[in-house]
Design a protein around this ligand. Structure first.
Ligand code: ADP
Ligand code: MG
Length: 326
């Protein structure tokens, strides 16, 4: 049964989890009214998912709802921010109740993990497109930027890399293994877990940070460019999940794709030598998984080294929507 726009907003998007004291007025008026706390800076990010571009047409609506918010949370994580509210611009080909039920369930399952409020949005008809704008706070002057790395800083990543891009390769038949044998990889593609706690804890410790959405090498390069430095990355130290390692052992050719495929939503950050002890401390206290993968150099070049210390050329560096050769 199709629902009207008004019913749709009421039924699927007007349910708050825990009401927030900083939301004066949420959904229902012409605009939302919010009270940002004193002494904090507002941090805002926006990201769009387009069917067929950011997710395959047969992606389950639960995962679309989850991921639309997750990719935005990941940007706030990379700034070291605490997320607070979000808005949703939804373009739908039809108002299917079954689809909306699952989409909003995925969206709110993640929103409720962080006590986020959906405070407004827009609903239109057209090809399936989901835009989430997110807002949060960071103590004034404490945000983690892409610029700030200095020579001698160590380069770290959170979690493990490549699972999501492997899942996509399984789904599209690029690897001759049934995708359903790898539910863990599929979950990392459809339900990435943003590194909010890690990002917030890195304030005052990391010299810079970025979230990995377009592949490690591409996003690391952005951070190095912003910091006007280079880096050496030790390929044997890159963290992979057990499943990714199994596939890598069987199909060694996929290694480059793990570093240049996208959708990891891990953080990459740098830490100056005098802050390494504090980093170890917060990692131990919070059971954060941080892996050192290299070191910042003053060469302005990004070089990948193998176990023997030899430079390895890695081709494609990340996904781009408007590359010259596409
Ligand atoms: P207006 O015509 O004044 O722009 P709308 O009819 O677009 O108002 O929206 C009415 C209310 O519902 C607003 O508070 C708006 O933020 C909210 N809203 C509309 N679509 C969504 C959505 N997809 N998710 C959350 N809130 C929405
Ligand atoms: Mg409107």
């Amino acid at each position: 049964m199709p629902v009207t726009e008004f019913e749709l907003i009421q039924r699927y998007f007007s349910r708050e989890g825990q009401p927030r004291s900083d939301v004066v007025l949420g959904i229902g008026d012409d605009a939302a009214l919010l009270n940002p706390p004193a002494g904090q800076q507002l941090v805002i990010a926006i990201d769009t998912l387009v069917q067929g571009v950011h997710f395959p047409a047969n992606t389950l609506p639960y995962g679309i709802g989850w991921k639309a918010l997750a990719v935005n949370l990941s940007d706030l994580a990379a700034m070291g921010a605490e997320p607070a509210w979000f808005t949703l611009a939804l373009t739908l080909p039809e108002s299917s109740e079954a689809w909306l039920t699952e989409f909003s369930r995925g969206l709110f399952d993640l929103a409720n993990q962080y006590g986020l409020s959906l405070v407004g949005g827009d609903t239109t008809r057209g090809p399936l497109t989901v835009t989430v704008q997110i807002a949060g706070y960071v103590p004034t002057g404490q945000a983690l930027l892409r610029a700030g790395a200095g020579p001698g800083d160590r380069v770290f990543v959170t979690g493990s890399l490549g699972d999501a891009t492997l899942a996509l390769q399984l789904l599209t038949g690029q690897l001759p293994v049934p995708a359903q044998n790898y539910p863990g990889l599929l979950k990392r593609l459809n339900q990435p877990q943003p590194r909010i706690e890690e990002g917030r804890a890195l304030g005052g410790i990391a010299s810079c940070a970025i979230d990995i959405s377009d592949g490690l090498l591409a996003d690391l390069q952005h951070m190095l460019d912003a910091s006007d430095v280079g880096a050496e990355i030790y390929l044997p130290q890159i963290p992979y999940s057990t499943k990714a390692r199994q596939l890598l052992n069987r199909y060694p050719d996929i290694r480059n794709s793990l570093l240049s495929g996208g959708d990891d939503y891990e953080l990459c950050f740098c830490v100056a030598p005098d802050k390494l002890q504090r980093l170890e401390q917060i990692a131990a206290e919070n059971q954060f998984q941080f892996t050192e993968i290299g070191q910042v150099s003053d060469t302005k070049e990004l070089r990948c080294l193998d176990a023997a210390g030899q430079v390895v050329e890695i081709g494609t560096r990340g996904y781009t929507h408007f590359a010259k050769d596409r």
